[in-house]
Design a protein around this ligand. Structure first.
Ligand code: ADP
Ligand code: GLC
Length: 491
């Protein structure tokens, strides 16, 4: 057995160890912002004296990314087949991969194939949560044990529950809600299969309108709950945002903390982005070069007004239907639009339809492309985020950092991170973007009209852009808040 603290720095060992459990993590597997956050937290928390290990499923191909690979945990029958956890380093992280071919060797993505969710998703992520709780409680074969078990979203929701139902322990648990729209629902008859005792199937435990909810299980058993912005924490207690769990959240208000995400400022830095000409608040010349290159790349002609970008999952949450409705007036006013995204086929078609209707002014790429997204932030004048709800949102933060003015719905973390341009905020020198409410097509149309007007005033525009680029979007303050929370739980 190797000594405790393998892979840990001396300062980190002084404060505590964290087992972070999630279904995705940059740079190994990503479908959305969850992966960015799970991938960025360990480095941010190391600066606060916490050593983090991250447990994710060993989706196909991931094991070969591990360096110094070794088995640290195993169970012969883990929800229908053998499972083992491999420890190693990958992408700068201390990683734990749960290898269980019967659960994770699939042809499609992490959750679905050909648009259909895997029917055994409840078991797939129950197994992940089970392994996390087992390691938290009993340690790895090398003797490593966390002081904090930090689970993310419904896929980690059962981890605090298994930990709690397993009996007294010194390990404290935290559950972070990244998006309450996904709740990990399973039919009631899977209770035993999910290794939950019959007594847990009550409305104050895992039962949720006649089903089992993995997210609810975590919400009622975690020592603390966090969500990814202070505003979303408040919204979650209302029926229009809580999606049925508002009562559960409100009952735990004293243990709920809203901590705004940051972004990786080394990856998102216009002064040294390998995908674009460099620029910064003092010299914006590179941005003009990038704008011209972006127009050329999308085959667009000159755009006299602001060039808006949209980098998003194309779903109802993200308000993409509103874009289709609101953009024609914006184009008529001199604007242009470039879109990168995938998602709902009807919304993909709506975006393609815009490109056909406004050749030369609207360009659309259906797909997922990190490098292109960088070129778009570097070359765009504004980024659209018209979400109906948005727990945090990352693209408005990239927009701030790149001087690509965020045009955002006043909801969730968007409202916490962008200061909307009003006569008052402009004269106070505070505005960093454009906000709108209510979140409907008229609201977005009016916001786009404001974008045209502000862009037409070069001095006002330049000042707002310079302010946006100086806005604080790093992980520093979030990391300090997570660390303070961990300490308060341990103390
Ligand atoms: P969500 O997780 O709800 O999709 P976020 O704003 O938190 O929303 O995170 C989305 C992340 O995925 C961002 O890093 C964004 O740049 C990225 N992204 C979304 N769609 C694409 C795409 N088509 N190509 C490249 N990156 C994308
Ligand atoms: C979810 C939310 C998004 C948030 C991300 C990371 O995907 O939809 O708003 O930024 O998680 O926390």
């Amino acid at each position: 057995m190797k000594g405790q603290g393998e892979g840990m720095t001396a300062t980190a060992a002084q404060h505590g160890t964290v087992l972070s459990v999630a279904s995705e993590c940059v740079p190994l597997v990503k479908t959305g912002g969850l992966a960015d956050v799970v991938g960025a937290l360990p480095a941010a928390l190391a600066g606060q004296g916490f050593a983090v290990r991250t447990l994710i499923p060993a989706y196909p191909g991931l094991v070969k990314a591990l360096a110094h690979e070794r088995e640290v945990w195993a169970e012969a029958d883990l929800f229908g087949g053998p499972g083992r956890v491999l420890a190693g380093r990958a992408g700068g992280l201390d990683l734990l991969l749960l290898e269980a071919p019967h659960l994770y060797d699939r042809d499609g993505g992490p959750y679905s194939a050909h648009g259909a969710d895997y029917p055994d998703n409840p078991e797939r992520f129950a197994a992940l949560s089970w392994a996390a709780a087992a390691i938290a409680r009993g340690g790895t074969e090398e003797g490593w044990r966390p002081s904090i078990l930090h689970a993310h979203d419904w896929q980690g929701g059962l981890a605090p529950a298994y930990l709690r139902y397993g009996g007294a322990t010194a390990v404290r648990s935290v559950l972070t809600i990244h998006n309450i729209a996904f709740q990990g629902i399973a039919p009631a008859d899977r209770l035993a299969k999910l290794r939950l005792a019959p007594g847990t199937f009550t409305p104050d435990q895992v039962e949720y309108y006649g089903n089992i909810s993995a997210l609810k299980a975590g919400l009622v058993t975690a020592d603390a709950i966090t969500t990814v912005s202070p505003n979303y924490a408040n919204e979650l207690m209302r029926p229009e945002f809580g999606m049925g769990l508002q009562g559960v959240i409100a009952a735990r208000a004293a243990s709920l903390h809203g901590i705004l995400n940051g972004v990786d400022t080394a990856v998102w830095d216009p002064s040294r982005d390998p995908d674009a000409a460099p620029y910064g608040p003092r010299s914006m010349k590179g941005k003009a070069t990038n704008r011209a290159a972006l127009l050329a790349e999308f085959g667009l002609g000159p755009v006299p007004g602001p060039l808006a970008i949209l980098v998003s999952r194309l779903t109802h949450q993200k308000g993409i239907d509103l874009v289709a409705e609101a953009v024609p007036d914006f184009i008529a006013g001199g604007g242009g639009l470039v879109v990168l995204g995938t998602g709902d086929p009807a919304l993909e078609a709506a975006m393609r339809g815009l490109a056909e209707r406004f050749p030369g002014r609207v360009g659309v790429t259906i797909g997922y492309d990190e490098a292109l997204s960088h070129r778009m932030f570097a070359g765009g004048d504004a980024v659209l985020v018209p979400s109906r709800f948005e727990p945090c949102g990352l693209t408005q933060l990239y927009g701030l950092r790149y001087g690509t003015i965020p045009v955002v719905a006043l909801t969730g973390g968007l409202a916490d991170s962008v200061i909307g341009a009003t006569p008052a905020s402009l004269s106070a020198g505070a505005a960093t973007g454009i906000t709108f409410h209510p979140v409907d097509a008229l609201g977005l149309r009016q916001a786009l009209a404001r974008l045209l007007a502000l862009h037409a005033e070069p001095a006002v525009w330049a000042a707002m852009r310079a302010r946006a680029m100086k806005a604080e979007v790093s992980w520093d303050s979030a990391a300090a808040r997570y660390a303070a929370l961990y300490r308060s739980l341990a103390g």
